[in-house]
Design a protein around this ligand. Structure first.
Ligand code: SAM
Ligand code: SF4
Length: 335
């Protein structure tokens, strides 16, 4: 492939178009959610993580290869120092149609309006309980009132859409499915239920005992609400239903019980600059080595991204004995 021959879109071996990246801006977090981290996490040394300039360079390379949507995630994106300067630069990238953020919401009271002004279109806020003690048990350190204030600030900031993310776990919060749904409806925002994924070892519980299927979560919601199959699908693992009579939609992200890999349109970039081609597999390419090699330039970076499309796996196999399970925790993966 010569410099002139770089493609304007990324297509993998299975003819899937990759136009969405999830960019992890930190592995650190101010929470320690039981399904995501161990209590005594050690984080990466500073020189191993991409600088803000390197993150911007990676994002620009992807948009020049036809990526239209970038989600910032982590760890908790808002704990990265100076992250707003990166977000402002990403918001101005030519060709980018949507800039999205997934956050635990703890700092949104302060940052919701600046994020909107910087060009963030949509925001996902994780919340697993509306009971302060329980919220603390699940997040180990988080304060519910700060997240609730962050949600209100986000509603006031006027994002195109706001979605709550809830991981429902048996023995922790399975009795809150309806309360969380009622809360989202009351705020006029969406909510998605995410099945707990076996990413790394959880230290406080056995995931096989706690994972709740989304079929069960859906049946809980249907005890009170009629769910209409919505035409709107963001290409990706969420399946949305409109809640009859309300503005809110419910999304079901079911990577454990349903496999939607056939129309996967995304790849992840870890904070170490590893281009991860599938959430449930280890296939990856080291972009940091290219970024830090003075003899290489943006052409080399883009050529490596194009070549990586050939190793994007067809699908993942969670809880399948015939296939290796991921050893990465979610904060290292980029949620
Ligand atoms: N800190 C931000 C947050 O909590 O929204 C962004 C990063 S977090 C890793 C992204 C999403 O992944 C959150 O909604 C979280 O609930 C979810 N998550 C983390 N570990 C998970 C797991 N093992 N299974 C399913 N979802 C998980
Ligand atoms: Fe932090 Fe998000 Fe992981 Fe919770 S889910 S520990 S908030 S990165």
């Amino acid at each position: 492939m010569s410099r002139a021959e770089l493609p304007t879109e990324l297509i993998d071996k299975f003819n899937r178009r990759v136009d969405y990246i999830r960019l992890s801006v930190t592995d650190r977090c101010d929470f320690r959610c039981v399904y995501c981290m161990t209590e005594d996490m050690t984080f990466l040394p500073r020189n191993q993580i991409l600088s803000l300039e390197e993150l911007h360079r990676v994002a620009r390379a992807f948009t020049e290869l036809g990526v239209k949507k970038i989600r910032l995630t982590g760890g908790e994106p808002m704990v990265r120092s100076n992250v707003m300067s990166l977000i402002e630069k990403l918001g101005a990238l030519p060709g980018l149609e949507e800039l999205l953020l997934t956050t635990n919401g703890a700092q949104l009271e302060k940052y919701a309006a600046p994020l909107r002004a910087a060009g963030v279109n949509r925001i996902n806020i994780s919340i697993d309980s509306l009971d302060a003690d329980r919220f603390k048990k699940i997040s180990r350190v988080g304060k519910l009132d700060r997240v609730l204030a962050g949600i209100d600030a986000s509603v006031a900031a006027g994002f195109d859409r706001i979605r709550l993310n809830s991981v429902i776990m048996r023995g922790y919060n399975e009795d809150e499915v309806l309360a969380l749904t009622d809360y989202a409806i009351g705020k006029g925002i969406d909510i998605a239920f995410i099945e707990e994924m076996p990413l790394g070892e959880a230290s406080d519980h056995d995931r096989r005992q706690t994972t709740c299927s989304n079929d069960w979560v859906k049946s809980e919601i249907e005890k009170k609400y009629q769910l209409l199959n919505s035409a709107s699908r963001t290409a990706g693992p969420s399946r949305y239903s409109q809640i009859a009579g309300h503005d809110s939609r419910v999304g079901f992200i079911s990577p454990v019980t349903h496999n939607f890999c056939a129309d996967c349109n995304r790849v992840r970039i870890t904070v170490e600059g590893r281009l991860l081609l599938c959430l449930g597999n280890e296939h990856s390419v080291d972009l940091r080595a290219i970024l830090r090699d003075k003899s290489k330039d943006d052409y080399d970076l883009k050529a490596a991204i194009v070549a990586a499309m050939d190793i994007k796996p067809e699908r993942h196999y969670f809880y399948d004995r015939d296939h290796a399970q991921p050893v990465r925790l979610m904060n290292m993966t980029g949620g």
